[in-house]
Ligand binder design. Structure first.
Ligand code: BGP
Length: 463
């Protein structure tokens, strides 16, 4: 009999509002940064004119079909579903004083439906989107006023859902702002590094204020941060490569350091000094940052390598985010390098560094699924990917890591974040939708659906 996961371990899947809900103008919703990026976070801003369409406008129509989808999640045995609230459903422009009741009511209905199936919601306050009004009228997170708007939004939803939601996350992949400033902090792509760090500072302060507000309003809730789990390896054992790797890992771990330890680390202060970056701060910021998260959540898809040799970087880079590929690993169809053991390493690194509970809130394989003649999808590649990662998660628990749960990314096919692709499917559930918007949106169980159901039912013993 193989080892099982601990009692109380949460099993489920993770979604983001802008990748599933659709209904982009229903229920009083305002326009978000995601609506202005119809080709994904790496596709730039496109002016929306009346009549033009984006695949995200309807997406998989979760806004209207959530009862059917939640029933399917329940059939798989989910005990947790990670969703995000679209800020624009609650504050359409972002700066209103009063929230939009229709938006609040829709999430009430969603959480009630989850409760009926004994599925615990985990809610991200901002998953790769914010009101476009805050970008146009205030310049995004570069403006300190955003802290107040975000705090108002966070307090509104904490108060409204205090009896329904006990697990919260602040900003999705907060460390991605360096690579996708519009998506992360609402800044234009040509902004300076100093602009980005100033905006990130405001976001970190807002994150601390949200932690404080959550603890005040829902004392029995837990609130975590959310990091892109981008573990990097040295390309060689040359000391210069090893040191460059330490520094590279710090560019994303810095966010976790602030959110878990409550202050800027020394290496970051030095980076700012060395690069002439001067942040505008206020005395109260330190107090806000001191409100540290209860747990750390992260996404994990791949690892990459680092070399100190700029010529080699130029020659080898090619993976997403220009990472140097690892010659010892296979890649997905999208060039993301598959590294299950890296997940065990990362879990141990984060546990050793912070000694706070961890939660894997995204992991999965984006692939082109081809239904056979009978319409069945035999996604053995997805089964093997998730199986191998879960085996390593279980090993990490045995290493002593405190792991709260696992929510697979995109348990139902959805619109991909990077380029708004439909054919990059992650789901255990197939959705009949093509890139041109055609398809019936019918849901169909894939082979992985039954496999994941078995994993959950056996508490991981079937891995
Ligand atoms: C993470 C995002 C998700 C999700 C995932 C997969 O970075 O938090 O929103 O989409 O990556 O990426 P993609 O959809 O581009 O395949």
């Amino acid at each position: 009999m193989s080892k099982t996961f601990p009692d109380g371990f949460l099993w489920g899947g993770a979604l983001a509002a802008n990748q599933v809900e659709g209904a982009w103008l229903e229920g009083g919703k305002g326009i978000s940064t995601s609506d202005m990026q119809p080709n994904g976070i790496f596709g730039g801003v496109v002016e929306r004119t009346p009549g033009d369409r984006s695949i995200k406008d309807v997406a998989i129509d979760f806004y209207h079909r959530y009862p059917e989808d939640i029933a399917l999640f329940s059939e798989m045995g989910f005990t947790c579903l990670r969703v995000s609230i679209a800020w624009t459903r609650i504050f359409p422009q972002g700066d209103e004083l009063e929230p939009n009741e229709a938006g609040l009511a829709w999430y009430d209905a969603l959480f009630d439906e989850l409760a009926r199936h004994n599925i615990q919601p985990m809610v991200t306050l901002s998953h790769y989107e914010m009101p476009w009004g805050l970008v146009e009228n205030y310049g995004g997170w570069g403006n300190r006023k955003l802290i107040t708007f975000f705090e108002r939004y966070a307090r509104t939803v904490f108060t409204r859902y205090r009896d329904k939601v006990k697990l919260w996350l602040t900003f999705n992949e907060i460390n991605m702002s360096l690579h996708a400033p519009l998506t992360g902090v609402g800044l234009q792509e040509d902004c300076t590094t100093e602009d980005i760090y100033q905006a990130i500072h405001h976001q970190l302060v807002a994150s601390g204020m949200a932690v404080k507000a959550c603890h005040e309003i829902i004392p029995d809730a837990k609130i975590g941060n959310m990091l892109l789990g981008g573990l990097m390896y040295p390309l060689s054992c040359k000391p210069a490569d090893v040191f460059a790797t330490l520094q590279e890992n710090r560019t994303w771990l810095f966010f976790g350091d602030v959110q878990c330890r409550g202050e800027y680390p020394g290496y970051m202060r030095r980076y700012f000094r060395d690069n002439g970056i001067v942040l505008q701060t206020e005395p109260a910021d330190d107090e806000a940052l001191s409100h540290t998260v209860d747990f750390i959540s992260f996404s994990y898809y791949m690892t990459g390598c680092v070399t100190a040799d700029p010529e080699l970087v130029e020659k080898l880079r090619g993976n997403i985010l220009d990472m140097v590929p690892n010659p010892h690993l296979e890649s997905s169809e999208w060039g993301w390098q598959i590294d299950p053991l890296g997940l065990r390493t990362l879990l141990n690194v984060l546990w050793d560094r912070y000694q706070k509970p961890l939660f894997i809130v995204e992991n999965g394989l984006g692939a082109q699924d081809k239904p056979d003649a009978d319409g069945h999808i035999h996604d053995d590649y997805r089964i093997s990917y998730i199986n191998d990662h879960l085996v390593q998660a279980r090993e990490a628990i045995d290493d002593g890591v405190e792991l709260m749960g696992y929510t697979a990314w995109g348990p139902i096919d959805l619109i991909s974040a990077s380029k708004a692709e439909v054919n990059k499917r992650y789901g255990f559930i197939y959705v009949d939708l093509q890139q041109d918007g055609s398809g019936t949106l019918e849901r169909r169980r894939k082979e992985s659906f039954y496999w994941y159901q078995g994993v959950i039912a056996s508490h991981g013993a079937s891995l």
